[in-house]
Design a protein around this ligand. Structure first.
Ligand code: 5GP
Length: 114
């Protein structure tokens, strides 16, 4: 299988601005930011998309969410961020390795749920 861009970043074959990394995930700056802070939280396990996750990924999903909380605290945005997951091509997913967008510094309420 060909590696996705994110697998290459995880394997350090491609450069990225790494904000945080542990054994389960990596957090990088998005190359084309849609907000003043736009990070991608990426599990090291190559799961294609949210809908490809299974029960056994439950702890990993929790870990990704708690990583967002930790990084948001470090960046002093803990009360001011959005999390977005694009699931599938029709929903705007372009890289088929699960990732959570962490966005801050822009108000997305009109676009999202308001
Ligand atoms: P998606 O559209 O799949 O939800 O999000 C993919 C994201 O990855 C986009 O926001 C895009 O800007 C970002 N991206 C694509 N290629 C690269 C890359 O090579 N490096 C980094 N840091 N981000 C990338």
């Amino acid at each position: 299988m060909t590696k996705t861009i994110f697998e290459k970043i995880i394997d350090k074959e491609l450069p990225a601005n790494i904000i945080f990394e542990d054994e389960k995930c990596i957090v990088i700056e998005d190359i084309s930011p849609k907000a003043p802070i736009h990070l991608l939280v990426i599990p090291k396990k190559p799961i294609k998309m949210l809908s490809a996750m299974s029960e056994k990924d439950q702890a990993l999903l929790g870990h990704l969410m708690l990583t967002i909380k930790k990084v948001a605290e470090q960046l002093d945005i803990k009360d001011n961020f959005n999390v977005v997951i694009n699931n599938g091509e029709k929903a705007g997913q372009t890289v088929f390795h699960l990732h959570l967008h962490l966005l801050s510094g822009k108000n997305f309420s009109d676009l999202l749920l308001a």
